[in-house]
Design a protein around this ligand. Structure first.
Ligand code: DQA
Length: 151
């Protein structure tokens, strides 16, 4: 079982960026936490962060047919990243969208996600713990719909 954990723009500065909204947990701490859970669940986790939409698209193309699911916090690309949306759709595996903050309780424009229509669901508002929950939910979903895994 191979899962991609993708982080979009500005998430590399987690811990320093508006901690009252996004928390004090850094990107490294977040990734370590998710990696530990993935390992316990026998899942290979491939982590990638970029501040550039095209790089996220390229990364998804690299794993076309080579991954079983995606956990992604697209950052602000959530609200306008149509090429990222299309790449997620093209990869054709279950996707879980994560947001550290509760985007539905913030500015109006943050409530709109271009990504949601190509996901199985969203985990929002639970800070860094949301990524672990997202991974668990994704793996449970995959086990349910495709008990044998990718190959
Ligand atoms: C975010 C919410 C987005 O609106 C914002 O642009 C981010 C972070 C979140 O995790 O809460 O960069 O995705």
């Amino acid at each position: 079982m191979r899962v991609l954990l993708l982080h979009g723009p500005n998430l590399n500065i987690l811990g320093k960026r508006k901690p009252e909204v996004y928390g004090y947990t850094t990107m490294k701490q977040t990734n370590d936490m998710v990696r530990a859970r993935a390992e316990a669940l026998n899942c290979e986790l491939i982590v990638f962060q970029s501040n550039h939409e095209g790089e996220l698209v390229d990364h998804l193309h690299r794993y076309l047919g080579e991954c079983d699911g995606v956990v992604i916090n697209p950052g602000a690309l959530t609200h306008y990243g149509l090429s990222l949306r299309d790449a997620l759709e093209a990869v054709d595996v279950p996707v879980v969208e994560v947001h550290l903050s509760n985007i539905h309780a913030r500015e109006e424009w943050r409530r709109i996600s271009m990504i949601s229509p190509v996901t199985i669901g969203q985990v929002v508002g639970f800070g860094a713990r949301g990524y672990v929950a997202a991974l668990e939910l994704l793996l449970a979903h995959i086990a349910e719909v495709r008990p044998a895994g990718r190959t």
